[in-house]
Write a protein that binds this ligand. Structure first.
Ligand code: NAI
Length: 483
């Protein structure tokens, strides 16, 4: 006898588990199926973000930043520390504990919201016609295999199966020498030499962790420009800081053959001038983007449409080509960000309940958790130029911010872009301390379609880093008070 649900969510990452909770809050009888296993084989919901992405990487970034501070910056405060050492196993164990706390938090939330959780892999079996079996109002039969062996029937399905790391052709991940985001978070000892392919978000974050711990890091990036999607002025400022730290980034490279041996990994590559080069490293992290994950979903059984990249085809509201089947997060178009997936999950649950869920793709923030942090929302100066928009720009350096000076972290700036005629904020770009937190005010402002003057007129606590946002807003009107 199959178990019947109003909604079955396939995947328990940020898109899936949030959709399940929101649907349950709205009165639906909800199941969530997730196959991720912890080290003991038990359930580990939370997806890539919780298990091998956002959360563990932030744990390692924090540990390695403490190490960096103790080694290089405590002395500025008059603190002498001798014999600083890093116990990598302990650092990794702490990271694992943080992950477990998050897994358990999600299981608790499922219980609290009466979401039925099934630990296993869900795949489509067949569509069910209304009235075809006792009491069923139509929907889809879903088979769960793994720890939980079940047949479920859901009137509506949300697919939130996430993404997998993209491998370099001819260099599959072995998670020993050639590492994905997963292996990059489990390196057991600081490698003497670490190579990374791709200087995107993962490349910079993981490169930073292991550089701080003492590895000699080289990142090979295919594009000729550094952080091409980031506002040029901000990317330039970030690059300057990374160069100073010794994080080596080679731009415009072409990666050739990758060979592994007992000694490590050798990468043949060509530099921007076309000269042949070789990189010999102990470990190689490949961070060249991710591919949507529909493995084992049995999409063919129900005719669920995928595009040429393997992503599930959806409309602006996350509806697939099948009635009652929705898809959210990394497995569909759009940026592969946990918070974008969450927003889509909530919106879908609300649409299912007859509400008007909405995701504003123009106000999705981006954050790179390096030091300095990089965060932005809205359009860059280059995009505004390309779009033919007339704009005013205001910048304010952290060097002129009292709190940043007191913190001893004055790298970077806040840059605000506003419409020349209406003064509406069109983008904010930050490189510097706590950019990840500062960006929230800017997202809120853009969501409310605030003008730069609105921010300039708001009282900001003194001394705080957020005063730099206010000053950047004042700078849009060429009237900064502190610079
Ligand atoms: P990414 O798309 O951020 O960066 C990939 C980089 O690799 C690009 O700069 C690209 O030009 C380069 N590349 C691609 N093919 C190459 C090749 N053959 N040789 C050399 N360079 C090549 O992807 P990444 O860093 O792998 O991250 C994957 C996803 O995870 C992203 O969508 C990212 O947004 C997300 N993520 C988000 C985080 C955050 O929000 N802080 C943290 C980590 C990941």
């Amino acid at each position: 006898m199959s178990k019947q649900f109003d909604v079955i969510v396939i995947g328990g990452g940020p898109g899936g588990y949030i959709a399940a909770i929101r649907a349950a809050q709205l009165g639906k009888n909800v199941a969530c199926v997730d196959e991720w296993k912890n080290a003991k084989g038990g359930p580990a919901p939370g997806g890539t973000c919780t298990n091998v992405g956002c959360i563990p990487s932030k744990a390692l970034l924090q540990s390695s930043e403490h190490f960096e501070q103790a080694n290089h910056h405590f002395a500025d405060h008059g603190i002498t520390v001798k014999g600083v050492s890093m116990d990598v196993a302990k650092m990794v164990a702490r990271k694992d504990k943080v992950v477990t706390q998050n897994n358990e938090g999600i299981l608790y939330l499922f219980k609290k919201n009466k979401v039925s959780f099934f630990h296993g892999r869900a795949s489509f079996v067949k569509p069910i016609a209304p009235g075809a079996s006792s009491g069923v109002q139509g929907g889809y039969e879903i088979k769960v295999t793994g720890a939980a062996e079940e047949t479920l029937v859901g009137q509506q399905i949300i697919v939130a199966t996430g993404s997998n790391a993209r491998a370099l052709p001819g260099a599959p991940f072995d998670e020993l020498n050639i590492l994905s985001n997963d292996g990059a978070l489990r390196i057991g000892a600081v490698p003497k030499k670490l190579g990374l392919i791709g200087s995107g978000v993962i490349g910079l974050e993981m490169g930073s962790v292991w550089r701080r711990l003492g590895a000699e890091v080289t990142i090979l990036e295919g594009l000729p420009t550094f952080l091409g999607a980031v506002d040029e002025q901000i990317a330039k400022e970030a690059k300057k800081a990374f160069d100073k730290q010794g994080l080596k980034v080679e731009l415009g490279v072409k990666v050739g053959e990758v060979k592994t041996s007992k000694k490590g990994v050798s990468v043949a590559w060509t530099n921007a001038k076309g000269e042949a080069q070789a990189l010999e490293v102990d470990k190689l992290i490949v961070s060249i983007g991710r591919v949507p994950n529909t493995v084992g979903l049995n999409a063919e059984a129900v005719g669920l449409q995928l595009d040429e990249r393997g992503a599930i085809v959806v409309d602006g509201d996350c509806r697939t080509n099948l009635p009652g089947v929705w898809a959210v997060g990394d497995v569909v178009r759009g940026p592969m960000l946990a918070h974008k997936a969450e927003e889509e999950g909530v919106a879908v649950a609300e649409r299912m309940a007859g509400q008007h869920g909405h995701v504003n793709f123009n106000t999705i923030p981006w954050v790179i958790y390096t030091s300095p942090e990089i965060a932005w929302v809205g359009r860059t100066e280059q995009q505004l130029k390309a779009d033919g928009v007339t704009y005013k720009a205001g910048t304010f350096p952290f060097l002129a911010n009292g709190r940043a000076r007191a913190l001893g972290d004055t790298t970077g700036m806040v840059k605000m872009l506003a419409d020349a005629k209406t003064d509406e904020i069109l983008g904010v770009h930050i490189v510097g301390p706590m950019a990840s937190e500062l960006i929230a005010e800017c997202v809120l402002a853009m969501e409310f379609r605030a003008s730069s003057e609105d921010i300039a007129r708001v009282c900001h606590a003194h001394p705080s880093l957020s005063e730099s946002t206010k000053e950047a807003a004042l700078a849009v009107d060429k009237r900064t008070l502190n610079f």
